[in-house]
Design a protein around this ligand. Structure first.
Ligand code: SF4
Ligand code: SF4
Length: 463
């Protein structure tokens, strides 16, 4: 994800519109979608079969080609950023499958990111929608608040309240006029994973030396959801890196990397988070900045573009972006050193979109899994989005559910005992639709189980 931008300070209020047809049309002057990028689309339609939302509804305006055409029409001032325009942009998963499919190299990622930032600045959503989105963003990009939410979720699960309310199918009992809010609450409730209080309460070490001769010095991005709900993945990441000869540092204080906000068009808060993370990693002299959440990794690799016009951060942001690696990229680049013990299991690997389509990281997680003796890895034969996509399954619950069920059906048909995926959002979504019978693991948890001599995946998710 590279490329120069003209990103300046984010305006507090909408910038004056250009006259239709002469400037930015319905967009304001602060980073409208690039006309040059829009015109790179030759309307061939090769991306259509790859697009999950086109697959769901068969509607041209819910395809990449259709959305790019809407951007063009808005740029030319022929249409406004009205409810219809916003509905088609909101319905996009941001999965970037269209970029993998496009023979012309159209940068749909930059186009949808710019369009969403304009929508958030220029379009006023209804009061319920605004309140709901504000509530989500008041929690998810704040690691401290996510941990509080995780403790509250633990209490909710332990008190028996969760079981009692589920038995009564509580979201279904809400009044019919709540419509899609009922679906959103059902999704929020269904996505809550079982929480381990021990994992949430135990802070990661600040610095750990390598086993054996040092090979690399790496810094770990601890994440927000990962830290709150999947602390065991961070612990497994530290253990496998140390076992493979890496010194691991976990710089503090660390907030959100900004990924959720970038994907939702909340530009000002995304840039604030990005600057704070650049500051947190300053001065550690690292070989790699390691990420174990695909959505965070794709945003970190794009920091150079995001902060290009901030003279205080541009150089440091591209420096950090240049060192950002998914943990599987680092592990695959190291000749295995620690002894692998057999793990007898048959698992499916699910490509997280922000790892495969956005970062092009496909072979490395498979290579890491292939290094574990006894493990059988089954291909699902479908790299379509599972419907998680950041907050998509919470703001577009019906589409999120349809895609989640489709993915779960594929996993069940594969006859595996577990799924492996490298993104916390996919993990939550797959758990929801697979249920407790088919657990979901991060690749480092599987490798960690092997290094620790666990003969199966049962009990692999420990700190
Ligand atoms: S990002 Fe995904 S959902 Fe959006 S247009 Fe591209 S393929 Fe379709
Ligand atoms: S494949 Fe690329 S060029 Fe063809 S319609 Fe889709 S985005 Fe446009």
């Amino acid at each position: 994800m590279t490329g120069m931008s003209e990103r300046g300070p984010v305006p507090e209020a909408p910038v004056a519109h250009s006259p239709a047809g002469t400037g930015h049309g319905a967009f304001d002057g602060h980073h409208p979608p690039s006309r040059r990028r829009v015109e790179e689309c030759v309307h061939c339609g090769f991306c259509l079969p790859a697009c999950p939302t086109y697959g769901l509804w068969g509607e041209e305006m819910d395809s990449p080609r259709g959305r790019i055409l809407l951007m063009k029409e808005a740029l030319e001032g022929h249409i406004a950023l009205d409810d219809v325009f916003v509905r088609h942009m909101d319905a996009c998963l941001g999965c970037m499958a269209c970029m993998s499919a496009c023979p012309s190299g159209v940068r749909y990622d930059e186009l949808i990111e710019a369009t969403r930032a304009q929508i958030e600045r220029l379009h006023r959503r209804g009061p319920l929608e605004r309140a709901y989105r504000e509530a989500l963003f008041a929690v998810f990009p704040h690691p401290g608040r996510v941990r509080v939410a995780a403790v509250a979720a633990w209490a909710y699960q332990r008190s028996g309240l969760a079981g009692a309310l589920h038995a009564r199918r509580w979201p279904d009992r809400l009044p019919g006029r709540m419509g899609r809010w009922r679906e959103a609450l059902r999704a929020l409730d269904g996505l809550m994973p079982p929480v381990s209080l021990g994992a949430v309460a135990r802070p990661l070490p600040r610095q750990v030396g390598p086993h054996g001769a040092p090979r690399r010095r790496v810094g770990l991005v601890a994440g927000c959801i990962q830290r709150g709900f999947f602390a065991q993945v961070n612990w497994a990441t530290v253990r496998v890196l140390v076992a493979e000869g890496c010194e691991v540092v976990v710089p503090r204080p660390q907030g959100c990397c900004g990924a959720l906000m970038v994907h939702a068009g909340r530009e000002a808060s995304a840039l604030r988070s990005a600057r704070a993370l650049v500051d947190a990693f300053e001065g550690w002299e690292l070989d790699d900045v390691v990420v174990n959440a695909a959505g965070c990794g794709s945003t970190l690799k794009d920091y150079g573009r995001l902060l290009a016009d901030d003279p205080g951060y541009a150089g440091r942001a591209s420096g950090l972006a240049g060192k950002a690696r998914d943990v599987t990229e680092v592990l695959a680049g190291l000749e295995p050193r620690a002894r692998r013990h057999p793990v007898r299991a048959r698992v499916a690997y699910h490509d997280a979109c922000h790892l495969s389509h956005a970062q092009g990281v496909r072979s490395q997680p498979r290579q890491v899994l292939a290094s574990v003796p006894g493990l059988e890895v089954v291909e699902l034969g479908d790299d379509q989005c599972c419907g998680s996509a950041g907050i998509y399954n919470l703001v577009q619950p019906e589409a999120g559910e349809e895609l989640g069920r489709h993915k779960a059906d594929l996993v069940r048909a594969a006859g595996v005992e577990a799924v492996v995926t490298a993104n916390p959002g996919c993990n939550l979504q797959l758990r929801r639709f697979l249920g407790p019978g088919v657990p979901v693991f991060h690749p480092v948890e599987v490798l960690d189980a092997s290094l620790r001599g666990r003969p199966s995946l049962a009990g692999a998710q420990g700190v």
